[in-house]
Design a protein around this ligand. Structure first.
Ligand code: G3P
Length: 215
């Protein structure tokens, strides 16, 4: 399973990219606005210079015509930019059109397996089921990953990658990997947590303490 970073913060991206584990970056309108005053095109272009992989830039339009217009604009910013559209019928139209134009898409805000199936049939490059927000509603978000994996496996013509989104904690990374997701896109804080363990820290301390006793 690949790891993407879910942020528009360039410092976080620069740091995580140095770890050698990041294969792409996802953004959304909330994450872009969080980088107060950041210009959308400048930010996406800077991200594309930091990570050599798919960079998701999300459209704002609710109609296919607007999504396509935005998608054509954003895709021209960098070859690695892929276009995020919501799991709606207008989003399907935009995916079908942009795919015919050779532009990759990430269908986001996916909350059930039928949305994922239809996104794949429309030609989506990535589908983004929101595991954390499903968990927030009291339902097992990882079950949706398992359903999508099972459905996609039934059709060898489906090449859509399953990206576990809305990751809240390291356990979501493990569950997504076990369920068969192709990608998990994580906030920087979760990636930091994922590498921390008190026994690792204690082991390092003990090794150093023992080393100091060498004669
Ligand atoms: O890209 C989707 C992701 O950022 C959503 O996460 O925490 O807002 O559910 P969250």
């Amino acid at each position: 399973m690949q790891l993407y970073l879910d942020t528009a913060n360039l410092e976080e991206i620069r740091e995580a990219a140095s770890w050698g584990v990041i294969s792409g970056v996802t953004t959304n309108p909330t994450l872009i606005v969080r980088e107060r005053g950041a210009d959308f095109k400048t930010t996406i272009s800077a991200i594309a210079d930091l990570v050599d992989g798919p960079i998701s830039a999300e459209t704002i339009s609710l109609d296919a015509e607007g999504m396509i217009r935005e998608g054509l604009e954003y895709a021209a910013w960098h070859p690695n930019v892929i276009i995020k559209v919501p799991s709606t019928t207008e989003g399907l139209k935009a995916v079908a059109h942009l795919t015919r134009k050779g532009i990759r898409t990430n269908v986001t805000l996916c909350f059930n397996a039928t949305q994922a199936l239809m996104a794949a049939l429309a030609g989506a490059f990535i589908i983004s089921p929101f595991v954390g927000r499903i968990d927030d509603s009291g339902v097992d978000g990882s079950q949706l990953i398992r359903e999508i994996v099972a459905i996609y496996k039934q059709d060898t013509t489906i090449t859509t990658s399953i990206l576990a989104a809305s990751i809240r904690h390291p356990r979501h990374i493990i569950e997504a990997a076990i369920a068969g997701a192709d990608i998990a896109s994580c906030p920087f804080k979760v990636l930091q947590q994922a590498m921390r363990h008190p026994l690792t820290d204690r082991g390092i301390e003990q090794f150093l303490a023992d080393w100091q006793t060498r004669t």
